[in-house]
Ligand binder design. Structure first.
Ligand SMILES: NC(=O)c1ccc[n+]([C@@H]2O[C@H](COP(=O)([O-])OP(=O)(O)OC[C@H]3O[C@@H](n4cnc5c(N)ncnc54)[C@H](OP(=O)(O)O)[C@@H]3O)[C@@H](O)[C@H]2O)c1
Length: 237
């Protein structure tokens, strides 16, 4: 399917996987709205996106604040002239044992990763419903499929995202909104490199561009087809 001329919002689009997706979709002619907390990154990324010949804008807000999420998404929808695609990507990885991680940190991981996905989807839904179609890609993680040591907050938040996304899919497919749940394994980014999960070696480890190609190709499937969920791994890290 040709996605040229569609409008996409990418949360956490100023760096990492979100930025790679923004650039890959812009290269297909998709107009882009990105969000995040760091305005400098957002500005620089918007400049890069505009060089690809599409409209681009940004909104600064923390994804854990429902009122700010709604206002930011509505302002991007107005700038772009509607929303066809949401990439629910913003997230944090805080790792540590159940004993040692402060409860406030644990709560913040869940607020950001789970509530952020919920708030952003809820804010875009009226635009897609009134248009009669849309695509929402929720970025969970393989950590949400199986917990492990020192990742209780992150794994629990991502397991909840998977569950939320499945419910969203079941409710909204009747409105011709495709909801896709992605569970990527480790990809080289600030989160995975600073978190000590990988050295990010581009010869061996998944790069943000690989993730972005995957997302682009999912969106280009004929609208009769819905990829409900999927995982991606490095071949031999
Ligand atoms: N990299 C991996 O190995 C991997 C694997 C599986 C799943 N994932 C998931 O993929 C997504 C992107 O991860 P990444 O690797 O690209 O991480 P990253 O490089 O650390 O980037 C995180 C992004 O999320 C945004 N963000 C974080 N907290 C936010 C908040 N409170 N409000 C608004 N925006 C916020 C950041 O923007 P600002 O800095 O501007 O706030 C940034 O754009 C996350 O959901 C992550 O859990 C990553």
């Amino acid at each position: 399917m040709n996605i040229n001329g569609k409008n996409a919002i990418i949360t956490g689009g100023g760096r990492g996987l979100g930025k790679a997706v923004a650039l890959a979709l812009a290269a297909e002619g998709v107009h882009i709205g990105i969000t995040g907390r760091n305005e400098e990154n957002l500005k620089m990324t918007v400049d890069e996106i505009r060089k690809l010949g599409v409209n681009a804008g940004y909104a600064v807000f923390s994804i854990d604040n429902e009122i700010h999420v709604k206002a930011g998404i509505e302002s991007l929808a107005e700038q772009l002239g509607g929303i066809d695609i949401l990439i629910n990507n913003a997230g944090i990885g805080d790792f540590g044992s159940i004993e040692d991680m402060p409860s406030e940190t644990w709560e913040q991981v869940v607020k950001t990763n789970l509530f952020g996905v919920y708030y952003a989807a809820k804010a875009v839904h009226p635009f897609m419903k009134s248009k009669g179609e849309g695509d929402i890609i929720n970025v969970a993680s393989t950590a949400g499929l199986k917990g492990g040591p020192n990742m209780s907050a992150y794994a629990a938040s991502k397991a909840a995202v998977i569950s939320l996304s499945q419910s969203m899919m079941a409710e909204w497919r009747k409105q011709n909104i495709r909801v896709v749940t992605l569970t990527p394994s480790t990809i080289a980014s600030d989160m995975s490199i600073q978190g000590g999960l990988t050295d990010g070696n581009p010869e061996k480890v998944l790069q943000p561009e690989d993730f972005a190609e995957w997302v682009r190709d999912i969106l280009k499937m004929n609208r009769r087809a819905l990829i409900a969920n999927g995982s991606i791994f490095s071949t031999n890290p």
